[in-house]
Ligand binder design. Structure first.
Ligand code: HEC
Ligand code: HEC
Length: 318
């Protein structure tokens, strides 16, 4: 009897170990590059004092975004921008709000080395990874070589590229499948596409971004003082321009904008309706937003319901 009980305990214990995402508990070999990247994404060794991982700021339940305006890095240091979703990044050709990274691989070393984020030299991170027999075995098998700057970045990028989402009420409706896309969301889609609201001028393509840099009026050089794209190009025409974010899962990724200053989607909609009320003296604001949109209360609610219909069904609406 006692032996049976012991056996049962061992079996459940083993089951737990096998299901765990914790690398130290890994008994089966890492399956592929995506799974390897996932282990790295959740691995706190990539930060100076091993206190945070990529997933600390890019939380899976919130479409891999953070729930606070600004995220805390190593030692509780506050960052400068809002942590966006890392889902639906496969087709992006620029990364970060100012576009300083050209592709996903190039993006990876920035958070690791950023003194306000993980604060660890990327070579040191690679050394830590290489000193771990589980990683060493996996890299040798999947890449034919030991971990290095290039393959570590590639593994994390492969994981990020796997995070595509299109299982939403909106997609069901577009594919003529039964869906919960409401009448209000349908009207909201028309508002989104209309000349009145002009959302589609900037938020187009299947992920609702044209991957361009635009100034929507969130820069006045005073209390709104992140110059955005200008920091990278030094071109005054780029002052206050930010990468147009995709809008998939936007229902769970608040707070919003590069600085997380808008808490809710309704606040975002109110902003577009009357930008001057929120940010007076904006510098260089895009001409599409030069006049108030004059949206009705109904149009605003419909627009909100449309945006909410872009949430993947695997995520809980907040
Ligand atoms: C301390 C919080 C924090 C940690 C840790 C962190 N990030 Fe981020 N991440 C951010 C912030 C903030 C931004 C936006 C920065 C900007 O645009 O200048 C960002 C932006 C990104 C983007 C750009 C998304 C886009 O659409 O342009 C990707 C991809 C990303 N992070 C992946 C990662 C990966 C991979 C790791 C781990 C190696 C990581 N992050 C660790 C806070 C964090
Ligand atoms: C001129 C281009 C432009 C137009 C028009 C535009 N947007 Fe945006 N949108 C942007 C840019 C750029 C950002 C990012 C700004 C920032 O972070 O500072 C943004 C951010 C957002 C965000 C926040 C996303 C996030 O993850 O923080 C939402 C939601 C949004 N827009 C919805 C809309 C809606 C709805 C409309 C129409 C009423 C619209 N946009 C019109 C360019 C535009």
């Amino acid at each position: 009897m006692a032996k049976l009980l012991l056996l049962a305990l061992l079996v459940t214990g083993l089951g737990l170990l096998l299901n765990s995402t914790d690398k130290s508990a890994k008994l089966v070999p890492v399956k592929d590059k995506v799974e390897l990247g996932k282990l790295l994404f959740f691995d706190k060794q990539l930060s100076l004092d091993s206190s945070i991982s990529c997933a600390s700021c890019h939380i899976p339940e919130f479409a891999f975004s953070d729930t606070t305006a600004l995220s805390k890095g190593v030692g509780g240091k506050l960052g400068l921008r809002n942590a966006p979703s890392v889902m639906n990044v496969k087709f992006r050709d620029r990364f970060f709000y100012d576009g300083r990274a050209k592709n996903i691989e190039d993006q990876v070393h920035f958070p690791v080395e950023d003194p306000l984020e993980m604060n660890l030299a990327f070579d040191e991170a690679v050394k830590r990874i290489a000193s771990d027999p589980i990683y060493m075995e996996a890299f040798k098998r999947l890449y034919g070589e030991a971990p290095n700057r290039v393959n570590v970045a590639n593994a994390i990028a492969e994981f990020e590229r796997s995070l595509e989402s299109s299982n939403t009420p909106y997609d069901d409706f577009m594919n003529e499948k039964p869906s919960t896309f409401s009448e209000s969301a349908k009207r909201g889609m028309d508002v989104f596409l209309s000349d009145k609201a002009k959302c589609f001028d900037c938020h187009f393509s299947p992920d609702f971004t044209g991957d361009e840099f635009k100034n929507i009026g969130l820069y006045n050089g005073l209390d709104w003082n992140d110059p955005g794209r200008f920091k990278i190009t030094g071109d005054s025409a780029d002052l206050g321009k930010f990468k147009v974010p995709g809008l998939r899962n936007v229902g769970v990724t608040g707070p919003y904008m590069h600085n997380g200053r808008f808490k809710t989607l309704m606040e975002v909609i109110d902003y577009y309706d009357t930008p001057d009320k929120f940010v007076p003296n904006a510098i260089n604001r895009d001409s599409t937003l030069s006049k108030p949109l004059n949206l009705t209360t109904q149009e605003k609610t419909d627009l909100l319901n449309f945006l909410l219909s872009l949430t993947d069904k695997s995520l809980k609406q907040r």
